[in-house]
Design a binder for this molecule. Structure first.
Ligand SMILES: Nc1ncnc2c1ncn2[C@@H]1O[C@H](COP(=O)(O)OP(=O)(O)O)[C@@H](O)[C@H]1O
Ligand SMILES: O=P(O)(O)O[C@H]1O[C@H](CO)[C@@H](O[C@H]2O[C@H](CO)[C@@H](O)[C@H](O)[C@H]2O)[C@H](O)[C@H]1O
Length: 464
């Protein structure tokens, strides 16, 4: 292993975008090329990690280089690499403002650099000469904001094939849907060793949505208001969120309708229900290995999943968002914008592009209302009064979201559907693994929801 590979091995696991925290590394290889040889030099590294279970993942790491330490970049230092006359300093290029204009220049020029091709969107105006500021949000990828003009997302984990975020945004451009941020361009990278493997998507550039707040921030502010007013109910306090939840339901339905218009659809047959039930059960089995506390819910969950195969409902499968939650939606002065059509970051790309029920997304958002309501209980686990209020807030906003979705789509989105219940339970299982790996102190949020989800399933009660 050379010095740089050793540095990356040390540095990568502590990065938020590194999805396989806690997995044992068995080996690592690295390939690189220069994207920009001016100052600062910018190199692109494809780092392939092999884990002890034999699985591999390839991550993209752009580095900027200096021959002396840059004080202002100390937090972005990856490490130093010795050379004949001293040392080179390697920085996380996404946090080095001087290295951020290159992405836009290459996009505007539709450049090809080594194995990487930049593809501007048709007629898109790519801003020029602006430095990018890295977004501090907790993310699976890394984003740069260029003024109020554009936002660039660098996909950290490379997988062959077009990224669904680019694919869906590109298709939705034709519909003029008001609930998405238009795509300005993307870039892809070839596989050096295998000409038959399709290129991987490296980045996408979208129009920046100015003056917006994300749904998580707004929803949790509403929950805080409710907690502050000990005696009032969710519909009586100033920060009631239900009208926004209803509009969010309508926006989600509008995006689903347009996705069904411009991307393939197919009526679900019996096999699909069997497959969904089997996949959920497999995901549960794998999740128990990571989160042993899930075992006590396993029988209840298996019953919820089996009900999917036993009660096939009319479903038109279509492309969906795949990981819809309050952190993926922005509230502007005029309405909601839905972001990030990538699906769950841990799932293989082919699985994330499969046709699915739009109820998968409805379930994701229903889970998110639960999260928003309960996350402040983590610090006060024994506070029964707050737990009751949290439940009330979640029910009110879940119902409002469903009502908005139903009104816009003409579909009773949240009726007593075994499929919807199973999607919610499956998402909560996914969240248990996600929290165990990324935020163990939040594991109790999805874990506690499982008792409610499986109990409602066993009694055949309608969900709220
Ligand atoms: N077009 C946009 N305009 C403004 N902010 C955006 C835009 N796209 C993303 N963001 C901000 O970046 C955050 C992360 O973006 P997202 O696409 O969800 O990345 P990730 O895949 O890493 O989760 C969002 O929560 C939002 O705050
Ligand atoms: O990084 P992504 O936005 O693609 O999604 C991952 O991270 C999310 C957390 O940031 C995670 O969402 C979970 O936590 C949210 C609160 O932070 C909550 O609103 C969601 O309902 C809950 O699923 C998401 O699951 C994960 O894929």
């Amino acid at each position: 292993m050379n010095a740089l590979t050793g540095l990356l091995r040390e540095w990568m696991p502590s990065q938020r975008w590194f999805g396989s925290k806690g997995r044992e590394w068995a080996g690592v290889t690295e390939e690189s090329f220069f994207l920009d040889r001016s100052h600062p030099v910018l190199s692109i590294h494809r780092v392939t990690v092999t884990y002890s279970d034999g699985a591999t993942e390839t991550y993209l790491v752009p580095l900027s280089w200096r021959d002396h330490p840059a004080e202002e970049l100390s937090a972005a230092l990856v490490g130093t690499v010795p050379h004949e006359n001293g040392e080179n300093y390697a920085y996380d290029a996404m946090r080095d403002r001087e290295a951020t204009a290159t992405w836009l220049t290459h996009l505007a020029e539709a450049a090809t650099v080594g194995p990487m091709r930049f593809v501007p969107g048709e007629g898109a105006e790519i801003p020029a000469g602006l430095p990018g500021d890295v977004l501090s949000a907790e993310q699976s990828n890394t984003s740069l904001v260029y003024g109020q003009e554009a936002i660039l997302k660098l996909f950290r984990r490379l997988e062959p094939g077009l990224n669904p975020d680019v694919e869906v945004h590109s298709a939705l451009r034709r519909t003029g849907n008001p609930h998405i941020a238009p795509l300005l361009g993307h870039a892809e990278i070839d596989h050096d060793r295998d000409a038959d493997t399709p290129p991987a998507t490296v980045l996408m550039l979208q129009r920046f949505v100015p003056n917006a707040s994300d749904g998580w921030r707004l929803a949790t502010a509403s929950v805080r208001d409710l907690y502050a007013e000990g005696d009032l109910h969710a519909d009586e306090v100033g920060g009631d969120f239900a009208a926004d939840s209803e509009r969010l339901g309508a926006a989600t339905a509008s995006v689903h309708a347009d996705m069904a218009q411009v991307l393939p659809t197919e009526e679900a047959d019996r096999d699909w229900f069997n497959t969904v039930a089997r996949q959920m059960t497999e995901r549960l089995d794998a999740a128990i290995e990571v989160v042993p506390q899930l075992a006590e819910h396993a029988d209840g969950l298996r019953a919820v999943y089996a009900a999917v195969a036993e009660n096939p409902e009319p479903v038109v499968r279509q492309r969906v968002h795949g990981d819809l939650h309050l952190g993926q939606v922005l509230r502007t002065a005029t309405g909601w914008i839905v972001l990030d059509f990538e699906g769950e970051p841990a799932r293989p790309l082919a699985a994330r592009r499969e046709l699915d029920s739009p109820m998968r997304d409805v379930a994701g958002m229903l889970r998110s209302f639960d999260y928003a309501a309960r996350h402040m209980l983590v610090e006060q686990p024994g506070d029964q009064q707050r737990a009751y209020r949290a439940q009330e807030w979640a029910e009110r906003n879940r119902s409002a979201f469903c009502a908005g979705y139903a009104a816009a789509s003409g579909m009773d989105a949240c009726g007593n559907s075994p499929l919807l219940r199973a999607f919610e339970a499956d998402k909560a299982v996914y969240e248990c693994v996600y929290e165990a790996r990324n935020r163990p102190h939040w594991l109790m949020i999805p874990l506690q929801s499982l008792s409610r989800l499986t109990a409602a399933g066993q009694r055949g009660e309608p969900r709220t």
